[in-house]
Design a protein around this ligand. Structure first.
Ligand SMILES: C[S@@+](CC[C@H](N)C(=O)[O-])C[C@H]1O[C@@H](n2cnc3c(N)ncnc32)[C@H](O)[C@@H]1O
Length: 218
């Protein structure tokens, strides 16, 4: 599976519109290009930052955090919201160590709790509810993660799920791979359940933004 975004030209344009950012965040972006590591990139990072600021989120849980690129955008926003916590969760020790280093250089580690563990299990063990849950785990795991996510989202909280265009694979009717099916099933679950309001924002590889309804519809 290629890791470049679905519409590279559009994606590159949107990235040029992102305001200047700290050199360390730029360095993390350069590292992703050199190593072909699938970070969300500047435009989606900025979108996460924007949403976090907009709803005044103080508690964020990230599922599938890599070396902390998306974490940096959430943590900056939480800091500007007055402080709080961002959970960084990845099952790879090396990536967690790299994230600690990058986020320390950005002066953000006081806001971040690091977990080297499976993300869905870790979320279920928190016993807490979050203003934002960011979902970027293995795509085949998205459907089974949804009940756990729903249980840990605060009232009015927002779920952001990445890769919902899956590099364009969702348009290929012949693609029945486990990950593509995971994306399709998850999309259907969130867009057909009357308890959820969702919209797919086609930045980079597609971010599905979802919120539980606070009241039942008449
Ligand atoms: C797409 S990358 C993360 C990119 C990160 N969100 C960013 O934009 O900087 C997903 C990472 O999460 C890890 N991962 C995938 N599924 C996971 C799971 N269920 N639990 C913990 N880590 C997981 C992968 O190994 C990979 O390192």
């Amino acid at each position: 599976m290629p890791i470049e975004p679905f519409a590279p030209e559009l994606s590159a344009y949107l990235d040029t519109l992102v305001a200047d950012r700290p050199p360390e965040i730029r360095a993390m972006g350069a590292k992703a290009r050199q190593t072909s590591f699938p970070i969300v990139g500047p435009a989606a990072g900025q979108f996460c930052y924007f949403l976090t600021r907009s709803i005044g989120a103080r508690k964020v849980f990230e599922m599938g955090s890599g070396y902390g690129y998306s974490t940096a955008w959430f943590a900056q926003a939480v800091r500007e919201n007055g402080g709080g916590v961002v959970h960084h969760t990845v099952w790879d020790e090396q990536l967690s160590m790299q994230a600690r280093d990058h986020l320390s250089k950005l002066g953000l580690t006081d806001l971040v709790q690091f977990h080297v563990a499976e993300a869905v299990q870790t979320l279920s063990e928190t016993g807490e509810r979050f203003d934002i849950i960011f979902n970027d785990i293995l795509k085949r795991l998205y459907p089974s993660a949804l009940p756990v996510i729903a249980e840990h989202l605060a009232p009015g909280g927002v779920l952001i799920s990445d890769n919902m265009l899956w590099h364009g694979a969702i348009f290929d009717r012949d693609d029945r791979s486990e990950d593509t099916r995971g994306i399709r099933d998850f999309t259907r679950m969130l867009t057909t359940d009357p308890d959820w309001i969702s919209t797919l924002v086609p930045i980079r590889d597609g971010l599905l933004v979802s919120r539980r309804r606070l009241e039942r519809r008449p």
